[in-house]
Design a protein around this ligand. Structure first.
Ligand code: V4E
Length: 245
């Protein structure tokens, strides 16, 4: 990700066994495979995620994803496309992330809890990820100060594809993800610089989905949905009730 603020528009899909062949047939080119570890953070009472705000450390780099519109707003205009596509503002600059997190906490809490009140988030038999000690790196005092603890941790193997030229798929990326807790999902995504129109991104995603023969009108679970459903069922239930997932 190049800029520190952008909007990620994406549609998830279920991967068939022959998805790589299908991608090549429509002109997608594999641009590489990588493995990364994600650690997600929140307060013990989930102040952030219950507002659809997702703080993570990926291989030592911090990222914050915030919902740009409510689910209801998302359906205005082009209902079919909007329902299947999510859009989140992405912030990658650590100072901006800390500022934004503090703002959300003030809104949510009135007053912040102190580090002394930190208590661990209880997981149900979460898978152990190798290299977990490598992330986060650097000065972690802000996590303590804001009472942020890790509630999810997993590793993903990702194979990424893009499309050449200036056609309908320019700027579209397709990721095929395999998480270490045994879940695979595909994503068609476009990164839109902050302030630019996202309708063209929605159209490009829809076009790519059609060319891949993706019909489904059902929302496909992301890695986090499945992780929380399996390992943090109470938190998952709260997010479902709040229409976050
Ligand atoms: C926004 C969000 C989460 C944060 C990360 O989600 P996702 O983009 O699925 O992860 P990943 O690893 O593919 O990140 P990338 O490499 O693309 O930056 S976790 C849960 N949510 C909420 C959410 C939602 N409500 N609906 C959908 C379709 N996705 C995510």
């Amino acid at each position: 990700m190049e800029s520190t603020m952008s909007v990620e528009v994406e549609r998830k899909f279920v991967c068939d066994a022959d998805i790589q062949k299908q991608l090549e047939e429509i002109g997608a080119v594999c641009i590489g495979q990588k493995q990364f570890q994600d650690k997600y953070f929140d307060t013990p009472d989930f102040l952030l995620t219950l507002r659809d705000v997702w703080l993570r450390c990926r291989q030592g780099c911090w990222e914050l994803k915030c919902a740009t519109v409510t689910k209801a707003e998302d359906r205005v205009g082009e209902p079919q496309k909007a329902e299947l596509c999510s859009r989140y503002q992405e912030i990658t600059n650590l100072s901006q992330i800390q500022l934004k997190v503090r703002e959300f906490m003030k809104e949510g809490n009135g007053e912040q809890k102190t580090a002394n009140q930190t208590h661990p988030v209880v997981h149900q038999d979460t898978p152990k990820t190798e290299g977990a000690e490598n992330c986060p790196t650097g000065n972690e005092s802000w996590l303590m100060e804001l009472n942020l603890v890790c509630f999810a941790e997993f590793t993903t193997q990702r194979c990424s594809f893009t499309f050449g030229g200036e056609g309908d798929e320019s700027g579209v990326r397709v990721d095929l993800d395999q998480a270490d807790f045994g879940y695979c999902v595909g994503e068609i995504e476009v990164l839109v610089p902050q302030g630019e129109d996202i309708q063209s991104a929605l159209r490009k995603i829809e076009k790519t989905a059609q060319r891949l023969g993706l019909s489904g009108d059902q929302r496909v679970q992301g890695k986090m949905d499945v992780y929380l459903q399996r390992y943090c069922p109470e938190h998952y239930a709260k997010l479902l009730s709040a229409y976050i997932l």
